[in-house]
Design a protein around this ligand. Structure first.
Ligand code: FAD
Length: 386
């Protein structure tokens, strides 16, 4: 298989990530999971090593690497048993600023994001009432002189407590103000360190994810922190989604490969009825199927990354990559628990933790149904269903 086929290149970067991750073993993650605590040391080490600045151009202090290298970093983190969800957004949220921000905004923020002095890893889109229907968000940003005043609520704003800046999607004009429902949405950069009226409440979830709900009661943002033009925020958001989907797809490939390696090792070693359980086809076949599914999904992740790096807009490929890789990791997770029998449920094996963590990617950042509706409508030309 060539490097292009499975983004298996970037060997030196992979080695360095693996080396770093070896300092954060299962017991580290288990302890955090029990306490619902944030992996500050792990994120600090990744930041220090420059991995989270992979996609920031060298001119702004980053490494200016292609998306395939960032995908390799995220895959390797998951493959090492770590959890990149604590910081993956630091890699890609800045893409909206990079592509649509002014020169002044880019030079003010990007070098500090690259060095880790500023954390931009909170992306506030989803609201309790709007769900997947982003056009119906109710949070408003009203212009008042040289400021915008924010009123409303977000939910599932992950890492808000561990971020200095937030990329916020809000309505600057009513939904019926333009030909499209998504017209009138704007993207603003909020400095959460100086934001009276902002309340962040953690939400405890199935896995340790540092997600929150956020309330805005007259929060002020300087007008200079509007990204791009007013009312065009949804378009800017879409431009960043392909990178996000490809990177999450790579994380799922890392998870799937982790589950498969665990299952193979255990199936070879566990002896029941006087022979290794892996000698039974009932155990072998699900592992082999998970492997085949993962390798196929990895091809789609690699294809999407390659198109992205070539300057194309691979909407279909990025969506398919995310869906296929999330399916592969979820199926591999289920297979891995089954292969381990009762031990799959024991905390100390780490499998049940990974099982919970990888389940998320059937739902976030976009749920499988919505990817299928995208393929049906935009690729196959079927009528829009919603
Ligand atoms: C742990 C976690 C972290 C998250 N982090 C962030 C974050 O950092 N920032 C952020 O903005 N959001 C975040 N999200 C939100 C996430 O993106 C949404 O949960 C997801 O997009 C689905 O939206 P929803 O939960 O409102 O589901 P809903 O939109 O209410 O949908 C519920 C179910 O119905 C299905 N459905 C809805 N409409 C249709 C349709 N027309 N056809 C078929 N099926 C349909 C969906 O696929 C889903 O399965 C996070 C969510 C979680 C759980």
């Amino acid at each position: 298989m060539s490097e292009d086929d499975d983004f298996s290149g970037h060997g030196e970067i992979r080695d360095a990530v693996r080396d770093l991750c070896s300092g954060f073993d299962d017991s580290y993650w288990l302890d955090l999971d029990r306490r619902s605590a944030y992996p500050g040391d792990f994120v600090g080490a990744l930041t220090e090593a420059g991995f989270l600045a992979a996609l920031i151009p060298e001119a702004y202090g980053g490494s200016g690497l292609p998306l395939s290298a960032a995908a390799a970093i995220m895959e390797e983190i998951q493959l090492s048993g770590c959890n990149g969800a604590a910081c993956h957004a630091q890699m890609y949220i800045m893409g909206v600023l990079l592509r649509h921000g002014s020169d002044e905004q880019k030079s003010r923020y990007l070098p500090k994001i690259a060095s880790g002095e500023l954390r931009l890893q909170a992306f506030a889109v989803t609201e309790p009432e709007s769900g997947t229907d982003t056009a119906s968000i109710r949070t408003t940003a009203k212009r008042d002189g040289d400021r915008y005043v924010i009123q409303g609520q977000k939910i599932w704003t992950s890492r808000a407590e561990h971020s200095d800046l937030m990329l916020l999607l809000a309505r600057t004009s009513p939904m019926d103000s333009g030909p499209k429902r998504t017209d009138g949405l704007s993207v603003l950069l909020l400095d959460m360190r100086e934001a009276p009226g902002l309340t962040i409440r953690p939400i405890r979830t199935m896995m340790n994810h540092a997600t929150t709900e956020v309330f805005f009661d007259g929060v002020e943002i300087p007008a200079g922190n509007l990204i791009g033009e007013e009312g065009k925020g949804f378009r800017y958001l879409l431009s960043g989604l392909n990178a996000e989907r490809i990177l999450i797809g790579a994380e799922c490939i890392g998870d799937a490969r982790w589950f498969i390696a665990k299952a193979v090792a255990y199936a070879n070693q566990r002896v029941v009825f006087g022979r290794p359980i892996g000698q039974n086809q009932g155990i072998q076949f699900p592992i082999a199927r998970a492997y085949a599914e993962t390798e196929a999904a990895a091809l789609m992740v690699a294809k999407a990354a390659r198109l992205f790096d070539a300057g194309e807009t691979p909407g279909a490929e990025a969506n398919m990559a995310k869906m296929l890789a999330a399916d592969a990791s979820w199926h591999a997770a289920d297979m891995c628990v089954q292969t381990h029998g009762g031990f799959g449920f024991a905390e100390e094996y780490g499998i049940e933790r990974k099982f919970r963590e990888t389940r998320l990617y059937q739902v976030a950042p976009i749920s499988t149904n919505l990817i299928l509706t995208y393929i049906a409508e935009h690729v196959l030309g079927l009528p829009r269903s919603y």
